[in-house]
Design a protein around this ligand. Sequence first.
Ligand SMILES: CC(C)(COP(=O)(O)OP(=O)(O)OC[C@H]1O[C@@H](n2cnc3c(N)ncnc32)[C@H](O)[C@@H]1OP(=O)(O)O)[C@@H](O)C(=O)NCCC(=O)NCCS
Length: 401
Amino acid sequence: MSDYRIRVLDEDEKRAAQDLFLGSLHAAPVTDEMWEYSSAGYPAERCFGAFREGRIVGSAQSFAATMAVPGGAVLPLAAVSRVGVRADHTRRGVMTELMRAQLRELGEPLASLHATEPVIYGRFGYGVACRGRTVEVEATRGRAVPPLPGDGEIRLLETDELAVELPKIYERIGLHRPGMMSRPRGWWRMVVERRLAQKDHLVAAVHSGPDGDDGFALYEATTVNISPDQRERRLDVHDMHGASLGVVLDLWRFLLGADLVRWVRAWGRPLDEHVELIVPNRGDCRTIELTDETWLRLVDVPTALAARTYGPARPVVVEVHDRFLPENSGRYRVGPDGVRRTDASADLELPVDSLAMLYLGDISASALAATGRLTVREASALTRADRLFTTDRPPNSGTFF
Ligand SMILES: CC(C)(COP(=O)(O)OP(=O)(O)OC[C@H]1O[C@@H](n2cnc3c(N)ncnc32)[C@H](O)[C@@H]1OP(=O)(O)O)[C@@H](O)C(=O)NCCC(=O)NCCS
């Protein structure tokens, strides 16, 4: 690694970094038209590059956002992406040093990413903190879906309204679930405006309740070949958020009632979005996949632990092991009255990637213990930890980057 230098990129190096990242994914360099959109989200001062003999050979990028944690507090978050090393420089520790620079220098107490290769990130202290389900539902084709209580209305936006209205509605809905994250302007530009510029036929349905717009679904119709001479239409839902579960289920009812459509499919949906309970036959709803939706890193463990609330139980002493950022290692007394470092003996011990799985409420302490990811030193502490870390709703981010 001594031949490599890790440093923050200059603005005029960002495009080379993006081409390098795309190349690591076996993709072609970015076009001029798309660069206008994909350069928007990742500021140069947050992009790290690895250089050898003056040439960029690796990059790890991020944008600044915030994330809701259990209890409703919102913490600064580094949203990490575009991690790639040129194929002729891999397995020499380049990514490891990029990750180290990123976690040490950015300053946010949380970092998150979406992993295409799940074996990589545990060693850097990331753990899966939110899961999502890919669900496909038979459209109703005229069969009635029982109406839900409530008096919401749904309208379609004009295409030129999408990029303006959806960010406003997302902002209005707020970060009401653990794991939800803010979306900077650059995110909308990279994700929605880029697709509109590509002339993708995105459609947005907006739900309005008594207090105004409180949910939306962004979707696109695709054609599925089910045999050489038979094709069916499916609505693919790219983005769907609502102020409450009822609002989101109303959006589902609307989508399922669309004419000339055989299925509606959505990705990364929260585990408590019970769409099977609103269709005439629950067999019409299939879970296709459970996905690791968000990998989370507690970069500043004391700050992260202190920011969330805990359920009613006597405190436990948790010993955290963090090999990558050793200043986080130590014992923490965690209780409903708060969190502090302590010299008391540990009830439970776990590595920092397991703590990330526990933190937003996705996995219980008992499940971590049963799978060997948490060591129990005091048996009665395990049930207390389950009560302390449990949350009302499963976490979900709902934002891909
Ligand atoms: C993944 C990638 C960034 C790794 O970069 P790298 O510089 O080779 O990584 P390092 O040399 O720092 O490896 C660190 C550790 O991760 C392991 N590792 C790295 N890439 C891995 C992979 N694809 N699969 C499994 N293990 C991997 C290494 O074996 C090493 O393990 P060790 O610490 O036990 O020795 C690089 O291979 C790449 O760009 N791949 C294609 C793009 C990609 O997959 N990006 C990540 C998207 S989530």
